[in-house]
Design a protein around this ligand. Structure first.
Ligand code: G6P
Ligand code: MN
Length: 417
């Protein structure tokens, strides 16, 4: 089976290769195609990937292509992990909103909207090439903002599923705290991508969340960056991204006096690329573990293996709502546990969401629909409308100001601007 990775020149690729090598019994691959427009970076990362596969004795051929058409041809699955504009554009997403008193983040708030507008047209163009050259292939989208990008892909009729490592990260962390294997843990995970809560944690079918919060509340709260009192009060674990809502002003104050994540990541990327260029390096460097993508290779392997092998197991994915959360549009994309087989993902029923979560989810989902509209049709007025609808912006003058500044800063990536 051939698998293609678009954005294959990413410094994250060795994380994926490491997963493919470790989990080859689960997902037998005969070819891994790395696709990236940056020839130099592609060659460096491909060299590293080939050494890793050779060391692991993995039989897959590692091929490269700069054109999507060539790289995806004949693939059964295509992973998207690209970043339009690289860390430089991300740096704008993370710093410009701060000037207006808003959180600077690449997926949440105004920065996430700018990222969506840069990314959606590029991803849709790639997906058309997949449709033409790899008909029937599944598209697994890691490209952020995953909720909006997946909604765009599904809206255009592609066979797509969105994936994020937040849920698998919780599953692994809770398993470690309980001293059990991760397969025994099932999460009551619900919401939208980067806007989720763990409302139950089943160990062999029994909810152990109350016990986890009693015994490990401090550690859990610290890992998601919110006060332990909040977690204990909610009796649920918000994802790390809820911090940008629950602790908004505190985060803004912190961000104003510290380097952006984009700047940190850019420095890590230079160091990683130097290691990947060293012919003596053939294992995933420890430095890669300082990136946010822990376990994402495992999530990818599990998802592709279930799509290809019709396994029918339960995984947390981003997929069409279709009534699962009855207060959202059918075509909204939600992040929930779903049964995954050859026909795709079918969400499991979700216990009715408490108003405390439901309101925020509905609010952000409405924003996402306007963000997609702006990404597809362009226009500063649509950009502003999406910001007006965002719970972290909302005020008219702020939305006007941010729209004007972000459109200006992203002009090179917006064909209509
Ligand atoms: C987590 C999120 C991803 C995001 C990543 C950023 O893994 O789930 O959606 O891309 O963090 O990591 P970075 O190292 O680039 O800050
Ligand atoms: Mn994510």
């Amino acid at each position: 089976m051939k698998l293609a990775v678009v954005g294959g020149g990413s410094t994250y690729t060795p994380e994926l290769i490491d997963g493919f090598a470790r989990l080859r019994g689960e997902l037998p691959l005969s070819e891994i195609a790395l696709v990236d427009p940056d020839e130099h970076r592609l060659a460096t990362v491909a060299g590293m990937a080939r050494r890793m596969l050779a060391r692991a004795g993995h039989p897959a051929a590692l091929t490269t292509a700069t054109r999507v058409e060539d790289g995806v041809a004949g693939a059964a699955a295509v992973l998207l992990q690209l970043r339009v504009g690289g860390q430089a554009a991300r740096n704008v997403d993370e710093t410009l909103p701060l000037e207006c008193g808003c959180v600077g983040q690449e997926t949440t708030g105004a920065g996430g909207l700018a990222k969506a507008l840069r990314t959606v047209p590029v991803v849709l163009d790639i997906a058309e090439k997949v449709r033409a050259h790899a008909p029937g292939a599944w598209i697994v989208d890691f490209t952020n903002p995953v909720g909006i990008v997946t909604r765009a892909l599904l809206g255009a009729g592609h066979r797509a599923i969105g994936l994020c490592n937040v849920a698998i990260g919780f599953q692994r962390r809770f398993a470690a705290l309980l001293g059990v294997t991760p397969e025994r843990i099932a999460l009551g995970h619900a919401g939208l991508n980067h806007l989720t809560w763990e409302r139950s944690v089943l160990l062999d079918g029994v909810d152990v969340l109350p016990r986890l919060l009693d015994e490990h509340g401090e550690a859990i709260a610290e890992s998601v960056g919110v006060p332990v009192e909040l977690v204990r009060h909610l009796r649920a674990v918000p994802s790390y991204y809820l911090r940008y809502f629950y602790e908004h002003d505190r985060v803004v104050a912190e961000q104003r006096t510290s380097p952006s994540r984009a700047a940190e990541v850019a420095a890590m990327e230079s160091a990683l690329l130097e290691m990947y260029a060293d012919p003596a390096v053939d294992t995933k460097p420890d430095l890669l573990n300082r990136r946010g993508g822990a376990f994402y290779s495992e999530a990818a392997v599990a998802l592709v293996a279930s799509l290809m092998g019709d396994r029918g197991d339960v995984q947390v994915v981003n997929t069409r709502n279709d009534g699962t959360l009855p207060f959202l549009d059918d075509d909204a994309v939600i992040e929930v546990p779903a049964t995954v087989g050859a026909a795709g993902a079918v969400p499991l029923p979700v216990d009715p969401l408490e108003p405390l979560y439901r309101g925020l989810i509905a609010h952000v989902s409405a924003y996402e629909s306007l963000a997609l509209e702006a990404a597809l049709r362009g226009g500063e007025d649509r950009f502003r409308d999406a910001l007006l609808a965002h719970p972290l912006v909302g005020q008219a003058s702020l939305a006007d100001d941010l729209a004007a500044r972000l459109v200006e800063a992203n002009r090179a990536f917006l064909p209509w601007a």
